[in-house]
Design a protein around this ligand. Structure first.
Ligand SMILES: *[C@@H]1O[C@H](CO)[C@@H](O)[C@H](O)[C@H]1NC(C)=O
Ligand SMILES: *[C@@H]1O[C@H](CO)[C@@H](O)[C@H](O)[C@H]1NC(C)=O
Length: 480
């Protein structure tokens, strides 16, 4: 078969030479590493005995400061019936279910409020965006069986603010005996001049007995988005991999993209969460304060991810925290559905999983293997045409995104977890030969870079291409 793409001629010669050197290297590495493996095996056996002894003596949790207030993990069956109360009035005030609510007289934007069940002392956690320089004495007003109950709140600003003026905060309201089952909450300040004029529903009040879906993807912030083809390809890949829900924190997109989103919302595959923080403060298009202006890191990606973790905590067995131009592909397995049980069997079920980022730059020569004629007039990038990736430098830090059981997470961040219920670092790196992340984007690189041919996405093409065509057709992008 003559492929319509491939490495340039001298690229392939270089690759051949590389291969020879590689074989030699592999030979040596195998030798050395078997010696090491032996030593490590013996060492590990000893350590395992120590760990087991600690477990059996019951001292494991007491040596874990964070775990002391932790409830034993609830099984799914401990939970009962419905959750959020979405009626339009509470304690005589209107209920606002908006994702971004400005607090009167403060530079505080409330995103969502959730019941925290995982510690012995229950509390309400509110995810918010706050001006870091402003110190606020928050007060919680809870609606409890028709009565207002007030208590003092505490808050922490997450440390992943990247020096921007605004940061993510978790505001906690303790649940007290005077009000054990609040349905709504509003924040105000101890300053008497600020009163409340609406309530927000408390979500996750009574988690469902069965998780409605196994895999949800949190897409934090869709901003000025217009890549129709990439969007549909990603969504169909997510579905093939096993995702049953995609949550999109949407600021804006063009009408063609909206058409696609409407289609998926109607299918109950996509939830759109309106992300209007840019109406209030200037969001940055970058992640470094020194390089891009604005008051909040990267369109507010971090508060969106934090909200997503709590919003879907009991709606989904696992969450993937990633972007629309990223796809996590396993190798031996075809789907996440079969991969995740294996990872949990190997690493245990109290960790999240890191998948290494691999960049497929659009700057390279596009390959035309999958130029589908019907897609010709659809705007956007066909990721099937980009199969050369930049090499990741071994032994250097390679970025990643995670798939995690959300009930393990206290504070997620862009790459991984800032705080988990057991520990601060709560994720393990999945070997890139087991699964890795494919990330398509315009990206500059030195001209002498040896790109690596990696067409693993094509292994899905037989399912992907007809699925994408069907969606484009049903959305009216072409005739039969
Ligand atoms: C709760 O407090 C708000 C604001 O102070 C007030 O408008 C409302 O009437 C109160 N509701 C009840 C049931 O007391
Ligand atoms: C989730 O996965 C489990 C185990 O693989 C399966 O039994 C269950 O039906 C799945 N749930 C959904 C909603 O697909």
């Amino acid at each position: 078969m003559t492929k319509k793409c491939g490495l340039l001629k001298n690229d392939s010669e270089a690759a051949l030479l590389n291969n020879r050197i590689c074989v030699l290297k592999v030979f040596y590495i195998i030798g050395i590493s078997s010696v090491f493996a032996c030593i490590i095996f013996i060492y590990y056996q000893d350590n395992l005995k120590v760990e087991n002894a600690i477990w059996e003596s019951g001292s494991y949790f007491s040596s874990h400061p964070k775990s002391t207030h932790l409830l034993p993990f609830k099984t799914q069956n401990d939970f009962h019936a419905p959750s959020t109360d979405l009626s339009s009035e509470a304690c005589g005030l209107p209920v606002k279910d908006d994702t971004v609510i400005k607090l009167n007289n403060q530079h505080t934007y409330v995103i969502g409020s959730y019941m925290e069940h995982r510690y012995i002392e229950k509390e309400i956690k509110t995810i918010a965006i706050v001006l870091r320089s402003e110190e606020v004495n928050y007060v919680c007003v809870m609606c409890c069986q028709g009565e207002n109950v007030t208590s003092q709140a505490e808050y922490v600003i997450h440390r992943d603010h990247f020096e921007f003026d605004y940061g993510t905060a978790t505001i906690s309201c303790p649940i007290e005996s005077s009000c054990l089952n609040p349905t709504h909450v509003a924040l105000t300040t101890s300053d008497l001049s600020s009163t409340i004029d609406s309530f927000q529903p408390i979500r996750n009040r009574e988690p469902p007995s069965v998780f409605p879906v196994n895999f949800t993807i949190c897409i934090s912030t869709m901003y000025d988005y217009k890549d129709v083809l990439n969007l549909v390809e990603s969504m169909e890949m997510f579905r093939i991999l096993g995702a049953q829900k995609v949550a999109i924190y949407r600021t804006n997109c063009n009408p063609d993209v909206q058409k696609i989103l409407d289609y998926y919302v109607k299918q109950n595959f996509v939830d759109i969460i309106p992300w209007t923080i840019s109406d209030h403060i200037e969001v940055s298009s970058g992640w470094r304060k020194a390089e891009s202006q604005g008051q909040l890191h990267y369109y507010g990606q971090i508060p969106a991810l934090n909200d997503c973790v709590y919003r879907y905590m009991y709606q989904s067995r696992y969450l993937a925290l990633q972007d629309m131009d990223e796809v996590i592909l396993p190798f031996a397995d075809k789907t996440w559905t079969s991969l995740l049980p294996k990872l949990e069997e190997f690493y245990g079920d109290s960790v999240g999983f890191e998948f290494e980022n691999n960049i497929f730059p659009f700057k390279q020569r596009a390959c035309r293997e999958y130029d589908i004629s019907k897609w010709k007039h659809v705007k956007g990038t066909n990721i099937l045409n980009y199969i050369h990736r930049l090499p990741n430098v071994p032994n250097e830090f390679n970025n990643y995104k995670i798939i995690v059981n959300p009930r393990l997470v206290v504070k997620p961040t862009v790459h991984g977890i800032l705080e988990g219920i057991y520990d601060d670092s709560l994720t393990v790196r999945v070997h890139p030969n087991v699964a890795r992340m494919y990330h398509w984007k315009p990206f500059g690189f030195p001209s002498d870079t040896q790109l690596i041919l990696d067409d693993h996405l094509w292994d899905y093409a037989n399912d992907l291409v007809p699925a994408v065509s069907r969606v484009l057709q049903e959305c009216g992008f072409f005739d039969r």
